[in-house]
Design a protein around this ligand. Structure first.
Ligand code: BG6
Length: 518
């Protein structure tokens, strides 16, 4: 009986095992007892270790105020990784190796003694684990601590020429979590403080959406295919819809949300980045500055909103009690640490214009919200209608515009809707979809955004991070919107589990369009 040949590895799975190990270094996480470290950073580092993407000489140092030993820190991180890692269960041998590199330094951001302990600690790690004086400082802390930590690192000469010692190739880099500032003035001030200690090439401002596979794929979709680019602009596109909908509420982050609101939390960064990647011109290469130059041009081309335009083009809402996936949930104002008369928005919809040659006159409708009907992030390019000369008869009126929708998450994929003839003796038209799903094509265990971003920061690759002028341009656009909203009536309420306030529909119906129900 013929034996079947051995199975060849599935070529589509190539790339899922990492081969991009960075250079030996110490990763120093400020905010080591926080949620981000537990939920995202440590699981990401463990998964990088699993993929053999971490260098042999790696040390991970947690810095926080709590009283902990290396052992109790390791135990806490093991529990977190066990819960939040995408690969489960923990592999014992791998963990044993991984945790040898985990250590803890106790200290407060504002205390100079913290940096002295850290310096001595890092010097020991250089000797014991061969971290080669390379440091990646990760600031997983509230923005109010960014300034003191940068200043602490500078004053204690943990960064800069002195930190390199005799080794001209040693590097130090710093990663800032979002939110980066509260408005344009505070973002600028922060950038000025950072510039006293770091060159811009050492600074990595995170927007974790840029680390998502589906977001990275936007440039590939647009510029590695011939089909889309010629129709990507005002001549063929009627409008663009970008939705970042979440079904969760503020999840115990009431205090943070009261200071932030969805416009600062999601629109100013994640949503603006999606808009930039959708609207930008092809960069001359994929190097960081080439890509970021093009994104900044989009941000500069956004039509600024004056007060009167804000009223016309922006709708904000706040969730009231309601039902999400069959479960009753409280109103925003009933969440812990939220003021009973809070005017903070948990939903915002905006009508924006990119005033350049390609997009002139094409509305970009964007919306983001908590406690909406379902969790979905999507970019939809809605094309113009065809002339209705050929299929006029009423029975044939099923013509709707073509839509290309990029599902960022969940159920990641890209779908193209077009019109087709229903099989039968008569000409009946119906819209159908060509649907590409990541899960089916590539398997579902794709890397988390933080894995890619941590690795890129270790390797000094800044393409997926936000540059100084970029973050300031984002704020320059959002600032007037926020000030106008601040002086306006309280947000409209919408029932949790709905698609937001009804008034958000008017933004589109006025232009003869409708929100998609993705
Ligand atoms: C964070 C916001 O940046 O992004 C959260 O602070 C939000 O409020 C989260 O829930 C959404 O991220 P993701 O990756 O789940 O879409």
């Amino acid at each position: 009986m013929p034996t079947s040949p051995p199975l060849a590895p599935n070529p589509l799975r190539r790339g899922l095992v990492e081969d991009r190990a960075g250079e030996a270094c110490a990763v120093v996480i400020f905010g080591a007892s926080g949620d981000l470290t537990r939920r995202k950073l440590m699981p990401a580092l463990y998964n990088l270790a699993w993929s053999r993407a971490l260098p042999a000489g790696i040390a991970i140092v947690g810095v926080a105020r709590g009283e902990k030993t290396d052992d109790s820190f390791r135990a806490g991180m093991r529990e977190a990784v066990g819960r939040f890692s995408r690969r489960k269960p923990i592999e014992e041998a791998l963990w044993a190796d991984f945790e040898r590199g985990l250590t803890y330094v106790r200290g407060a951001a504002s205390d100079p003694a913290t940096y002295e302990s850290l310096r001595a600690h890092l010097a020991r790690l250089d000797a014991d684990r061969g971290t080669g004086k390379n440091r990646l400082f990760y600031l997983a802390v509230p923005p109010s601590e960014f300034g003191p930590i940068v200043e602490g690192l500078r004053a204690s000469r943990l960064v800069g020429d002195a930190a390199r010692g005799q080794d001209p190739n040693a590097w130090s880099r710093v990663v800032f979590e979002k939110p980066f500032g509260h408005d344009l003035a505070s973002a600028r001030e922060l950038n000025d403080t950072i510039a006293l200690a770091f060159n811009e090439s050492q600074v990595f401002r995170i927007d974790h959406y840029l680390g998502k596979e589906t977001v990275q794929n936007l440039l590939v979709l647009r510029f590695a295919n011939l089909l889309f680019e010629p129709v990507w602009g005002r001549e063929h596109v009627d409008h663009v819809q970008i939705t970042v909908a979440e079904d969760i509420g503020v999840e115990g982050r009431g205090r943070f949300y009261e200071q932030t609101g969805v416009t600062r939390d999601i629109v100013e960064n994640h949503l603006m980045q999606l808009l930039c990647l959708t609207a930008m011109e092809p960069p001359i290469s994929l190097v960081a500055d080439a890509v970021r130059d093009e994104k900044v041009k989009v941000l500069r081309a956004l039509r600024p909103m004056e007060l009167a335009e804000v009223n016309h083009n922006v709708v904000r809402g706040q969730y009231a009690r309601g039902t999400v996936h069959g479960e009753e949930v409280p109103a925003y104002v009933e969440e812990p640490d939220v003021a009973a008369n809070s005017r903070v928005e948990t939903y915002v919809a905006m009508r924006c214009f990119v005033d350049n040659w390609r997009w002139s006159g094409v509305p970009f409708y964007v919306r983001a919200g908590k406690r909406l009907a379902r969790r979905v992030t999507e970019i939809a390019i809605v094309f113009h209608e065809v002339p209705r000369t050929l299929f006029r008869a009423s029975r044939l009126s099923g013509i709707t515009p073509n839509v290309l929708s990029v599902r960022i998450q969940p159920d990641e994929g890209i779908a193209l809707r077009f019109i087709s003839k229903e099989p039968g003796q008569q000409t009946v038209l119906r819209d159908v979809a060509m649907d590409f799903r990541y899960g089916a094509a590539f398997g579902s265990n794709t890397p988390e955004a933080y894995e890619r971003l941590l690795l890129d920061a270790m390797r000094g690759e800044a393409t997926l991070f936000t540059r100084r002028d970029e973050v300031e341009a984002q704020w320059r656009y959002i600032d007037p919107v926020l000030s106008a909203l601040g002086s306006e009536a309280p947000p409209l309420t919408y029932p949790a589990g709905s698609w937001g306030p009804d008034k958000a529909d008017d933004l589109l119906t006025r232009d003869g369009c409708r929100w998609r129900k993705p």
